[in-house]
Design a protein around this ligand. Sequence first.
Ligand SMILES: [Zn+2]
Length: 102
Amino acid sequence: MAGFSGDGNSQQIGSMPNINVFGYPSVKCEECGSEVFIPGVIFKKILGFLVGGGSDEISIPVKVAVCSKCGNISPEDKKIIKQQEENFKKAEAAKSKSGLII
Ligand SMILES: [Zn+2]
């Protein structure tokens, strides 16, 4: 393990202070209560011309965490997705109010 310093127990989690995370509650799956999530990908289909890719629909991968037992999207990611969807709707509403047509 070259390059690692310390006693081997220290974890590198960005710039988080040195806390024992196991003393805190875990995020649980809303469907089955499992605490284990695995990486998953959602593909969002968007119009190619929005990103300079012509008129064809293209798929943009979005990383999410899904429940390892039932496959439900993690509550944290659901929150983020919902927020982003609302931001999108607000932006669309603002556009239509100002009379712009996309
Ligand atoms: Zn689950």
